[in-house]
Design a protein around this ligand. Structure first.
Ligand SMILES: C[S@@+](CC[C@H](N)C(=O)[O-])C[C@H]1O[C@@H](n2cnc3c(N)ncnc32)[C@H](O)[C@@H]1O
Length: 199
């Protein structure tokens, strides 16, 4: 039986290299690691900090017969995760994702981070650049009437301050995403005029 992913997780999966060691942080049900296994990935960690998701992840790995390729482990962020080539952090708030990525002890120029914030993408972008990371690409995913951006991020060591405009729009020039952010800024401008300048 093939793993079925929604368009959000599918977009993330497309941005992951399948030939290295991969970690899906905050995996919950581990559907993404099992899909990557079906796509030819040979070494995937499905990590989570909570017991319920870890149990669900183990059940999914068994269901898809992925035990030889997908290992489930408990970790707060990347704290106990061994060095990986590709790190996925998806479906969490931008501040938490920023904390998890900036704390990464094994990052180097060849590590790919695939990040998908549910909220506060502007804080995530600001923190990434302030800590020497750079966004190389962003793609839009639309699922169940919602719009998400998925970022491909690298560590350069070059710390930079970014503009407010870049913090909100990032490298995603897709019309649907731009409209979505403009709508958010219009709402924010009702409480604070400065957001009008970014429209
Ligand atoms: C909403 S789910 C997202 C699941 C999946 N990544 C996705 O995008 O569909 C968030 C998951 O992150 C886990 N989580 C929250 N904080 C975490 C942390 N500090 N380290 C690892 N996992 C965490 C939660 O237990 C939960 O399973």
């Amino acid at each position: 039986m093939a793993v079925k992913l929604d368009p959000r997780l599918l977009t993330i999966a497309e941005m992951v290299r399948k030939d290295g060691k991969i970690c899906d942080v905050g995996t919950d049900h581990a559907l993404l690691p099992c899909y990557l296994f079906e796509q030819g990935a040979g070494d995937v960690i499905a990590s989570d900090v909570n017991e319920g998701p870890l149990k669900a992840a183990e059940a999914t790995v068994r269901q898809y017969g992925a035990e030889n390729c997908v290992s489930v482990m408990k970790s707060d962020g990347l704290r106990d995760v061994p060095p990986c080539d590709d790190v996925i952090v998806a479906g969490m708030g931008g501040e938490l994702i920023a904390r998890i990525v900036t704390e990464c002890a094994f990052k180097n120029e060849n590590t790919n981070f695939i990040l998908q914030p549910m909220t506060k993408a502007e804080i995530l972008r600001t923190e990434l650049y302030a800590n020497g990371f750079e966004i190389t690409e962003e793609r839009t995913a639309q699922s169940a009437g919602k719009i998400y951006t998925v970022m491909l991020v690298k560590f350069t060591g070059n710390k930079q301050e970014i503009s407010d405009k870049f913090a909100f729009f990032g490298k995603n020039s897709d019309a649907a995403y731009v409209d979505h952010i403009k709508e958010k800024l219009r709402k924010m401008a009702k409480g604070n005029e400065k957001y009008n300048e970014l429209l």
